[in-house]
Design a protein around this ligand. Structure first.
Ligand code: F3S
Length: 393
């Protein structure tokens, strides 16, 4: 693998121990994937932030990097942590968990990382441009950045993303190369997608159907929030880091011999049926991926029309979006109507199962996929109106 003089100095330890460790990780990755060189990246986004997912081993690794004086060299955001750093007590997060979580965040903070713990950095001030090389880790953020923004990133693991943040480079392979960004499956949408959870359900179905292939959707009408839900679900049920949507994504590259599949009313209906336990949730969690201001406004409009939701709800957001919501007076309206804007974390990476919840409502295909296994929850899957006002079925 060709290294520049600077990269070689890092690998040789001339730039300090942390950069050496980081470069060792990156060159090892580069060799596995046959990368010919490193490519500079404009930003990093790091997974492995919730204490629930990384545990003591992850915390020790981070503290070791801190002891090696690790510092980031490019703008870097974090994935959601295991709790809202301001409201964790009110939300019922166990004290022991909170202590460990703060230690994880302290380690990242001492490396100079922006304390923005979100899976939607692109809604919180870190929005890459088309063709920009980045090193992001969170699967839904990777899908959004590659597809909707036309940036270039592989789905980095936690150590790979951190190493890129420290060195400013990543191995040049996979989705950094134009020739690899080709869809091999065309998805003809023949279903009438009416509400946001329809995009979650379609993503869940298509992610499973295409596995590691990249799908290209035709006949699709969607806004950015719906593409966000679609990409997140495909990344969760399959391993889809890139998709195209005709007329909506900046690129649309399809292989000549691409297979064609259809997504009809039948698949839509059956997927929604399968994901929904058809029970009244004891908590509704919106914002998977983290909600935009327009998604919060949608909930407020609904409350204005239908009154206070019949169930307690969270809207998970980045802290940046929460600050905007506070300025606009939305936080107060949400709080007066059974809801909380929860920042820094989400329904899947917080210890929901330890907080007394059993049935969680979601409109997200990704959350519906993970809540049963990672949080021991039954899932009430539906559109926002359905799950916020659901009665016993
Ligand atoms: Fe984000 Fe958590 Fe969903 S990280 S994409 S809100 S599972």
């Amino acid at each position: 693998m060709h290294l520049t003089k600077e990269e070689q100095l890092m690998l040789d330890g001339e730039k300090g121990e942390a950069k050496q460790t980081a470069m060792e990780i990156l060159t090892a990755l580069g060799k596995i994937y046959n990368a010919e060189k490193m490519i500079p990246v404009a930003s990093a986004q790091i997974a492995g932030v919730s204490y629930k997912t990384i545990g003591d081993a992850g915390l020790e690794y981070l503290q070791e990097m801190v002891s090696k004086k690790a510092k980031i060299s490019i703008p870097t955001f974090l994935n959601p942590a295991g709790m809202d750093t301001e409201q964790w007590k009110n939300l019922g997060i166990p004290e022991d968990f909170a202590k460990k979580q703060m230690a994880v965040l302290d380690a990242y903070s001492s490396m100079g990382i922006t304390m923005s713990a979100t899976c939607t950095p692109y809604l919180a001030g870190l929005r890459p441009g088309q063709g920009e090389h980045i090193a992001w880790a969170e699967s839904s953020a990777v899908a959004f950045a590659n597809s909707v923004l036309g940036a270039r990133t592989n789905r980095e693991g936690g150590p790979g993303a951190l190493s890129a943040a420290i060195t400013g480079v990543t191995p040049y392979y996979g989705l950094h190369l134009n020739e690899n960004r080709i869809a091999k499956v065309i998805v003809k949408i023949e279903a009438d997608l009416k509400t946001e959870n329809d995009f979650g359900a379609m993503g869940y179905y298509i992610g499973k159907a295409v596995g590691r292939n990249y799908p290209a959707f035709t006949g699709i009408k969607a806004d950015e929030d719906e593409l966000k839900l679609l990409g997140a679900a495909m990344a969760a049920s399959g391993a889809v880091p890139l998709f195209y949507a005709e007329g909506l994504t900046p690129e649309f590259k399809v292989a000549e011999d691409a297979e064609e599949i259809s997504f009809t009313e039948k698949e839509l209906r059956e997927t929604k049926e399968m994901l929904d336990a058809k029970e009244k949730p004891d908590l509704v969690t919106l914002g998977c991926p983290h909600a935009s201001i327009s998604e919060i406004e949608y909930v407020i409009d609904l409350i204005n029309k239908k009154g206070k939701p019949t169930v307690k709800f969270w809207i998970c957001v980045s802290r940046a979006v929460k600050e905007t919501a506070v300025e606009k007076g939305y936080n107060k309206i949400i709080q007066e109507n059974n809801g909380i804007l929860v920042a820094d974390t989400c329904m899947v990476v917080c210890p929901l199962e330890e907080m007394g919840y059993r049935i969680t409502g979601t409109n997200s295909g990704k959350a519906a996929k993970y809540l049963p296994n990672l949080c021991k929850q039954k899932v009430a899957f539906g559109n926002i109106e359905d799950i916020l006002y659901r009665e016993e079925k």
